[in-house]
Design a protein around this ligand. Structure first.
Ligand SMILES: NCC(=O)CCC(=O)O
Ligand SMILES: [Zn+2]
Ligand SMILES: [Zn+2]
Length: 340
């Protein structure tokens, strides 16, 4: 019979042995440059203008759209489990509320302003962020105000978006997060907040590197915000545009952004890494978007991945790439997993 041999090699190369660095569960935790913890999680909330709304979104498993009367009872158990922050998206459902300039975005009786006030009252410790964009509220579904030829009117868009941001801050939002990607809005929002006497207590979180792509579909179902014509490729970044993202990051830091969002997350880890280098003094936030979330769920349902394992693996990747915060639809699951 053949006898297996062991090769007698010189073992003096001690630096080749890495396993001793992670052979114990505690060591594997020590190897994390950043540990995923509950205070990093920001949970997106869709609030509609039907106060009694409680609608499941088919393409976004486990996520519902709520009216203001249904929000508190849904959130209370999550806050009790350690949820520290939410980001609000308004969804106007009523006929005739959308117009070319997104008037409904900061309607004092609209879902976002009413939602801010309710959450501040019901959950004094909860940090309230507001997505700021016009696309949910414009009749054409674009993120800004348009010229007659359908292109973005930058000046009008930015001044409208800045007004909306200031009105959210006036209503009590702790943080405004403009997601429109129209040039120059950070500067104008910051100036508007200073003029309103709110800049010292309002965090401006810029979606500085938001890429146009195929991952926002379920969100558009939830927020009813698909553009009625054209696409967003002239203001959101092209997926290959790493250089453009670096320029946008530098620009938004120079305009006074307090924090930076990279969106989507999984396919843009190089951008997160760039952001943590370019914006090293600011917290970087990854946005694990609706399409990424829906894909993980679909793969888990098919038995291709285990949801919990893949959730930790993907979100750990964002932290490794430089993110410190994560906007994620998986926040409720993570609150349970991190309590185990
Ligand atoms: N401003 C938010 C989006 O554009 C979409 C996010 C998502 O797909 O989850
Ligand atoms: Zn938008
Ligand atoms: Zn958006």
């Amino acid at each position: 019979m053949h006898t297996a041999e062991f090769l007698d090699v010189d073992h003096t190369d001690i630096s080749s042995v890495l396993a001793g660095g992670y052979n114990h569960p505690l060591l594997r935790e020590w190897q994390n440059e950043r540990q995923l913890v509950k205070n990093m999680l920001i949970f997106p909330l869709f609030i509609s203008d039907d106060p009694e709304d409680c609608t499941a979104i088919e393409s976004l498993p486990n996520i519902k759209r709520f009216g203001v009367n249904k929000l508190a009872s849904y959130l209370r158990p999550l806050v009790a489990k350690g949820l520290r922050s939410v980001i609000l998206f308004g969804v106007p459902l009523k006929d005739g509320v959308k117009d070319p300039i997104g008037t409904a975005a900061d309607d004092p009786n609209g879902p976002v302003i009413q939602g801010i006030k309710l959450l501040r009252r019901e959950f004094p410790e909860l940090y309230i962020m507001c997505d700021v964009c016009l696309c949910e509220y414009t009749s054409h579904g674009h993120c800004g105000v348009l010229y007659d030829d359908g292109t973005i009117n930058r000046e009008l868009s930015v001044s409208r978006i800045a007004a909306v941001a200031v009105n959210y801050a006036k209503a009590g939002a702790h943080c405004v997060a403009p997601s429109d990607m129209i040039d120059g809005r950070i500067k104008d929002i910051k100036r508007g907040l200073i003029r309103a006497g709110l800049a010292h207590k309002t965090f401006v979180m810029s979606y500085a590197a938001k890429f146009s792509g195929n991952l926002y579909g379920p969100f558009r179902d939830a927020a009813c915000s698909a553009p009625s014509h054209g696409d967003r490729k002239c203001y959101q970044l092209p997926p290959g545009g790493r250089g453009l993202a670096r320029r946008a990051l530098k620009r938004d830091v120079a305009e006074g952004a307090d924090g930076i969002i990279v969106k989507p997350s999984t396919f843009y880890l190089d951008i997160m890494c760039d952001a943590s280098e370019i914006c090293r003094d600011l917290p970087i936030c990854a946005y694990h978007v609706s399409g990424e979330y829906a894909m993980l769920h679909a793969a888990a349902e098919k038995g291709i991945v285990d949801l919990k394992t893949i959730a930790f693996e993907s979100h750990q990747g964002f932290l490794r790439a430089g993110a410190r915060l994560i906007i994620t639809y998986l926040a409720p699951e993570f609150l349970d997993w991190l309590s185990e």
